[in-house]
Design a binder for this molecule. Sequence first.
Ligand code: MN
Length: 431
Amino acid sequence: MKVKFAHLADCHLGAWRNEKLNNLGYFAFETAINKIIEEKVDFVIISGDLFDVSNPKVDVIDLAVKELKKLRDHEIPVYGVMGSHDFSPSNKSMLRPLITAGLFNDVSQGEKPEDNLILNFTLDQKTNIKLTGLRARKRSLEIEDYKILDKKNLEEEKGIKIFILHTMLNELKPIEFKDMESAPKSLLPSNFHYYAGGHLHKTVPTELRKEKTIIRISEKTKVIYPGALTPTNFRELEKYKYGGFCIISGDINHNTQEADFNVKFIPLKIKEIISIDFNCDNKTSIQVKNILKDKIDNLNVKDKIVTLRIYGTLSSGKPYEIKTNEIIQLLKQKGAYEVLINKVALSSREYTSIRVSIGKTNEEIENTLIHEHVQKIKIKDINKKDLENKTHDLLSILGKEREEGTKVKDYDEELIINFKKIFQLGKEGND
Ligand SMILES: [Mn+2]
């Protein structure tokens, strides 16, 4: 029989603090859902990180419900797993009400008797394809779950099978992600017909992004990462310009248990992006201002998003003398849709500030800093990995703002409860 399904990953709804870019993110999701309905697929796979956080704002939840309901009205079921961003260890993910409403089928269901993880299959009624998968945890901790996964029952199950993952694999990791945690491919159960990957925000295999490319699924190309549905941060805008999703179509034969799948990438080009790199080495701040102004004068930025990365070491003058606001205004006067400027790697010979690696996300920088500091600290009865995790947990509870309508007293109490939980000071120490 003929089948067709869509594979999305890393939608990160609500990822942008910038309102205009955030709305473009919503629009990308709506556009994807409309295209999927036009394509008349049998079902949709979302490989984790539908939301940017596990407790998004009501607008984000409303949008997700609205769009997923459109799919349901067209009788298109959605299968998926939670990602590193929308998973909550205390089961407080806002995906839960969506799952309860049947708008999102979490296929990562099973039992965990002692040191063993047994996953169940979810059967797609229309195609009889069987789906399962493993949800992520924060900081790739799900790799520990893969190590205790009962692969035998998954591998021996008859039928046409799809595995959904939100984990990077060593063998498929692009060089620029070498610091990202990943798992060996051998941890995945074999004998599946398609592996729907998420977590990596880059499309892999990269050839998929070439126009009119169709990849036929073979033993070697079974794991596909569509990448982020749309860029979720400055670097992704700069590097990838746009995201997209995959449509997989082909023939399946339930008798011979064979599937012949073809994958194509559907790009979502929501806005044109212009990215400018400006090296300030051996220039004074005044020279930089003048050259930049000339450069901007000669650009057509109408209705485009502009990303400007200013880096290097000024021969004289200070980085703050290159005023971000002035440059933004100049570009907006020329009709730019939105302007993003990154000056983190700009310094001056007049003084040097703390060095932070270029081209990394805030999260990666934070991970590195915590990792490095933990190596220098010794605390009795807490090992280094544990201390690293506790530091992350601590930062995440301290980073939570008091919600509107929550009393200061209640907010403080909750902080203390969570603090005790992390350091197992209270009665409920398990998480
Ligand atoms: Mn993600």
